[in-house]
Write a protein that binds this ligand. Structure first.
Ligand code: ATP
Length: 261
């Protein structure tokens, strides 16, 4: 990996417990994420990875614990409020508008940044026009960065899966997040697509300075690109540290031996 400066703690997860009826999805989970870091959460199926991401994202409200983002602690915040604080995410099952073009899908990520009122936007006059031009420029920059110029006007539903994942990343980047949550960005990809996506994640982290929290099943990818890794198993944290540390952790080895990962 290139030499990057990892900063102070930007996201602090403290003693999070989450239950669904009798199911304990997460039990007393604590970990932190430092500014500019690539931090991964791994674990076998049903370990609690998506639940953890959904707590950070404001989709689920944990019964216990707190999450502090840039010094602000929240336990009851909805997804929109979390997004406004600077946390964006991509989805395991793509959440794109299949009939809309690549550009228009990425533009939806700019919605929160648009300040002018709806009528001015609809008429494209005055400040709304200037604003639209600015947003459009930013979106074009993302399109160039993700090397998807050739498909700018193509409806997203017509693109191969790997490219759709890239558009989803573009939509999240359009929000100019400080922290980007990636939910299995390589799921369903072939080797080449995985290599491309790994490179884009590293470049986003490097060039945009975005802090990244990543859930991923492909252990090879995780170990290659992460600064630190949290390991969950049955909703409990069983490992936390640099990739080489986690790889040598007996509990982690045991948890993975019984699975297909
Ligand atoms: N909305 C829900 N309602 C009830 N139980 C849930 C809900 N979401 C998750 N769970 C349960 O919580 C546990 C953790 O699930 P979660 O999806 O967070 O794991 P995961 O590590 O992301 O799994 P996978 O790798 O298969 O996506 C599982 O037992 C799951 O069945």
């Amino acid at each position: 990996m290139t030499q990057r400066t990892i900063g102070d703690v930007i996201l602090d997860v403290q003693n999070i417990s989450l239950r669904f009826g009798g199911v304990k999805a997460l039990t007393d989970i604590s970990f932190d994420v430092r500014e500019h870091e690539i931090r991964s959460i791994i674990g076998p199926n049903g370990a609690g990875k998506s639940s953890m991401l959904n707590c950070i994202n404001g989709v689920y409200t944990p019964q216990d614990g707190s999450i502090t983002f840039r010094g602000k602690t929240f336990s009851h915040m909805n997804s929109r409020q979390v997004a406004e604080m600077g946390v964006a995410r991509t989805f395991q099952n793509l959440a794109l508008f299949k009939g809309m073009s690549v550009i228009d899908n990425i533009m939806t990520g700019r919605n929160m940044q648009i300040k002018s009122n709806l009528l001015l936007q609809a008429l494209r006059i005055g400040p709304a026009q200037a604003e639209e031009i600015r947003h459009r420029e930013f979106v074009e920059h993302i399109i160039d960065f993700l090397e998807i110029q050739a498909w700018r006007k193509t409806p997203v539903g017509q693109l191969p899966y790997g490219l759709q994942k890239r558009v989803d990343l573009g939509r999240a980047l359009a929000m100019e997040p400080q922290v980007l949550l990636l939910d299995e960005p390589m799921a369903g990809m072939n080797v080449e697509e995985k290599q491309d996506m790994s490179r884009f994640i590293l470049d986003v982290n490097d060039e945009f300075g975005t802090t990244i929290v990543l859930i991923e099943h492909d252990m090879g990818v995780v170990m290659d690109i992460s600064d630190r890794v949290v390991v969950l198993d049955y909703g409990k944290k069983i490992g936390d540290g640099a990739p080489e540390e986690v790889r040598a952790n007996e509990d982690v080895i045991r948890a993975y031996l019984g699975t297909t990962h």
